[in-house]
Design a protein around this ligand. Structure first.
Ligand code: CP3
Length: 342
């Protein structure tokens, strides 16, 4: 069993820095596209054999040190009662966006085994398949990031509806956050009980908030979720995109690992976060579109700067792009594994 990933999460000594890539199963791989040509994205997420198959592709093809469950952060929004679609042009679309008290009241806090059994079945298949290989990461959207999709009805540029609710009707926003947080705790606990060995919370949009609003309206929910999940004794990773202005707050989240995007220098991030957490990140995904030399150089720079952290898991600063040549992703994994700490 390659346990470098779990060890680095806990800040234990490792023989090489572990690496995995956010969105490592995806369209940049022809093997993924082949599976996707037969089923739509949501069917893929809801068919355990296929979801497990694509989860395993990057383990075999890239040689990464962890697997991440193939699913999507919006699956629980559907289970809460919203209509979910993935369109080719607009990406995810959630029908009847949540803007009123009655809409929030209608949302349910789903039982995972009842309403998302396919997620747990996928995890169970994967744990068998991954035996003696690498650990499995489960995940969910962080409450604020999920709330943005539920309030906007999909992806957004200025988050006008989210922020209008936050500033005009903070009580309503807080009610929605409470319900999403309860769902997230139930959902990730179920994933852990089914066999997930680490869980990651994706806060893809927290970086659009002022530090003050993040700290007061969003962070208490993060702390609450992490405090409950930590009792289940698996490492918790908290990834924030555009994290630079929020790291001094995120440091107090209780997470074992803080995932950081590429807009902040790794050395600076480590200094801000201190010695009590491990770090994950933070190569700009676009560097994988560059030359092998550029990939080597940027990878080593991050590894060197992260060497003073309690622990480091190498990753991209956000998801891998569909335009990425697979051989560059392989070269990245090799470069991380070949790096010798001085
Ligand atoms: O990391 C992995 O390999 C696991 C799978 C995974 C997916 N989505 C598969 C996916 C994970 C961890 C996610 C998380 C997710 N989903 C996030 C948080 C991380 C981030 O990227 O910020 C968000 C915001 C979503 C919502 C989402 N799903 C969007 C906005 C889109 C459309 C944009 C896009 O990349 O197409 C998706 C679709 C999606 N989720 C795809 C995959 C592989 C592409 C769908 C396809 O095959 O057509």
């Amino acid at each position: 069993m390659n346990n470098t990933f779990l060890k680095a999460c806990k800040g234990q000594k490792v023989k090489h820095t572990p690496v995995w890539l956010m969105r490592q199963a995806g369209r940049y791989m022809k093997e993924y596209q082949l599976v996707r040509s037969r089923v739509d994205f949501l069917t893929l997420c809801k068919t355990p054999d296929l979801a497990a198959e694509v989860t395993l592709q990057p383990i075999n093809i890239l040689g990464v040190d962890a697997a991440i469950l193939f699913s999507d952060i919006l699956i629980p929004a559907e289970a809460m009662g919203m209509k979910l679609e993935f369109t080719e042009k607009k990406g995810p679309v959630l029908g009847e966006p949540i803007r009123t008290k009655s809409a929030i009241d209608r949302l349910i806090i789903p039982d995972t085994e009842d309403s998302m059994p396919f997620v747990l079945d996928t995890i169970r298949i994967l744990r068998k398949e991954l035996e003696k290989k690498v650990p499995l990461i489960g995940f969910a959207g962080a409450p604020f990031t999920l709330a943005t999709y539920m309030i906007e009805g999909g992806s957004s540029k200025n988050f006008v509806n989210v922020k209008r609710m936050m500033y005009k009707n903070p009580g309503l926003f807080s009610l929605l956050m409470d319900k999403i947080t309860a769902t997230t705790i139930e959902y990730l606990s179920a994933q852990i009980h089914a066999g997930a060995q680490t869980v990651q919370l994706f806060d893809s949009w927290a970086g659009v908030l002022t530090p003050h609003d993040y700290e007061n309206l969003v962070f208490p929910h993060i702390k609450q979720a992490i405090a409950v999940l930590k009792k289940l004794k698996v490492p918790v990773i908290y990834f924030i995109n555009s994290c630079a202005g929020l790291l001094h707050i995120a440091k107090k989240s209780g997470a074992d690992v803080i995932g950081i995007d590429w807009r902040v220098d790794m050395g600076r991030a480590v200094r801000t976060l201190g010695k009590k957490v491990s770090v994950q990140g933070n190569l700009d995904p676009c560097i994988l579109l560059g030359t092998p030399e550029k990939i080597q150089e940027s990878t080593r720079d991050i590894l060197r700067k992260a060497s003073s952290a309690r622990g480091h898991i190498f990753n991209l600063g956000h998801g891998i792009l569909p335009e990425t040549p697979v051989e560059n992703a392989i070269a990245l994994v090799e470069a991380v594994h070949a790096y010798k700490k001085k």
